[in-house]
Design a protein around this ligand. Structure first.
Ligand SMILES: C[S@@+](CC[C@H](N)C(=O)[O-])C[C@H]1O[C@@H](n2cnc3c(N)ncnc32)[C@H](O)[C@@H]1O
Length: 350
C-alpha cells in the first residue's frame, strides 16, 4: 500500500468510526476532526499491523493526559475534568493543537502500544456460553481466552451479575456487572460447569502490578464511561489478588501447542472478544486454524464476540452476536445477541 493509499484508508476509517463510539460524544467529535486533518492522520502511519487506528490514537492521547500533561484538552475529558466536561463541539482546534505539540510522544505510543482494552463486562458473554455448556459436557471444562489482555474474563465465575431482574454469581463477589436484558425473561446463568483450568494467550499480557500498564488500560476506556472505569479498577484488583497464567505470544503460534498440553479428551472452551478484529486480515485464516487445532485433542467449543469479523468467514454469524462452533463443526451458531461492550443482551429473535 502506498503512503497516499494508507492516508486515504485512515481518513475513511475515521469517517466511519463515529458509529463505533456510540456512547462517547467526545470520540465521535474527534473522529470527524481527525478524518479531515492530514497531520493527525499522519500520526497513525507507524501503527503496528492490524491495530484499530481510532482506538489507538485516542488511547495514546488520553494516556498522555492521564500522565499529567497540561493542556486545555483536559477540560473535554470527563475522565479527568469530571462531569460535565466541556462541550465536544468546541474540541477541534484544541485537539489539533495538542497533537501538534505532542507529536513525538503520540507517534511513539502509536508505534509501540497495542489496543488492549480489557472490558470486564464482556465476562457476561463468556458466562452465557459457559452456562450453555451445562448438560453438554460431563466434567469440568478448560477455559482459554485468546487476546486476554489483563485476563479479566478468566475470572468469569468470580464476579456478580445483574441481568434484567436476575442476579447470579457468588454472594461475596468483589463487584457486580450489570447489563440490560432486552427481552421478556432473562436467562438463568446461575449454574456453570466446573472450570478445570484457566489460561490466557496474548501478544502482550498486561502486568496488573505495573503502574504504566494499568494507566494504558485506563487510557483505553472511553472518557465518558465512568462505569467501565470503575469496573476496570475493580477487575484489576481481582487480577492482582488471584493471578492467572497468560502465555505471551501470537495465538497462531501458541494455540496448537496449548491444545496439545491440555488433558486428552477433556472439553475446552476457547473464547475471544474484540481480538480477531485486530489480527491483520491476511493472518485471520491462520488464526482460525490455530484455534481449530485445539480441537484435535479434545472437544472444542470456540466462542467469540467480534464486531464484523467471524472465524471462517461464517456467513450466518452476525454483528452484535455471541457465536460459537461446537465440536466437529465449523458452522457458526449464534447463541445470543449482545452489544459489543455488553451494555445489553437480547434473545436471538428479539
Ligand atoms: C482489544 S483487546 C481485547 C481484550 C479482551 N479480549 C476484552 O474483550 O476485553 C485485544 C487483545 O488481543 C491481543 N491480540 C491481538 N492479536 C493477537 C494475536 N494474534 N494473538 C494473541 N493476542 C492477540 C492484544 O494484545 C489485546 O490484548
Amino acid at each position: 500500500m502506498t503512503p497516499a493509499e494508507d492516508l486515504a484508508d485512515l481518513a475513511e476509517h475515521f469517517r466511519r468510526a463515529p458509529d463505533t463510539f456510540t456512547a462517547s460524544p467526545l470520540y465521535q467529535a474527534l473522529c470527524r476532526i481527525v478524518a479531515g486533518d492530514e497531520p493527525a492522520l499522519e500520526l497513525m502511519r507507524g501503527r503496528r499491523p492490524g491495530q484499530q487506528p481510532s482506538f489507538l490514537l485516542f488511547g495514546a492521547v488520553q494516556y498522555l493526559l492521564l500522565s499529567g500533561v497540561e493542556h486545555e484538552l483536559r477540560e473535554f475529558y470527563a475522565s479527568i475534568a469530571g462531569t460535565p466536561a466541556r462541550d465536544p463541539a468546541f474540541v477541534g482546534p484544541v485537539f489539533v493543537d495538542f497533537c501538534r505539540q505532542h507529536r513525538p510522544q503520540i507517534e511513539e505510543l502509536v508505534g509501540t502500544r497495542l489496543v488492549q482494552s480489557n472490558v470486564a463486562r464482556r465476562a457476561l458473554a463468556l458466562r452465557f456460553a459457559l452456562a450453555a455448556l451445562r448438560g453438554a459436557v460431563d466434567g469440568p471444562v478448560h477455559l482459554v481466552e485468546v487476546g486476554a489482555s489483563a485476563g479479566f474474563h478468566l475470572y468469569v465465575d468470580r464476579y456478580g451479575y445483574r441481568l434484567g431482574g436476575r442476579v447470579f454469581g457468588p454472594p461475596d463477589a468483589r463487584f457486580t456487572i450489570e447489563s440490560e436484558w432486552r427481552g421478556d425473561s432473562p436467562p438463568d446463568l446461575s449454574s456453570l460447569p466446573g472450570i478445570a483450568s484457566r489460561t490466557g494467550v496474548d501478544l502482550n499480557p498486561i502486568d496488573v502490578l505495573d503502574r504504566d500498564q494499568r494507566r494504558w488500560l485506563r487510557a483505553l476506556v472511553w472518557p465518558e464511561d465512568r462505569v467501565a472505569a470503575g469496573l476496570l479498577d475493580a477487575a484489576l484488583e481481582q487480577a492482582v489478588a488471584e493471578p492467572v497464567r497468560i502465555i505471551r505470544g501470537d495465538a497462531i503460534d501458541v494455540c496448537p501447542e496449548l491444545g496439545r498440553q491440555l488433558p486428552q479428551d477433556e472439553a475446552r472452551l476457547v473464547f475471544h472478544a474484540a481480538t480477531r478484529m485486530h489480527v491483520p486480515a491476511e493472518r485471520r485464516a491462520a488464526f482460525d486454524r490455530a484455534i481449530d487445532a485445539m480441537g484435535d485433542t479434545g472437544p472444542l467449543y470456540h466462542v467469540w464476540l467480534e464486531p464484523a469479523s467471524a472465524p471462517h468467514d461464517g456467513s450466518s454469524a452476525q454483528e452484535n452476536c455471541l457465536t460459537w462452533h461446537v465440536p466437529g463443526s465449523t458452522r457458526p451458531i449464534n447463541l445470543i445477541r449482545a452489544e459489543g461492550h455488553l451494555r445489553w443482551m437480547a434473545p436471538l429473535n428479539g
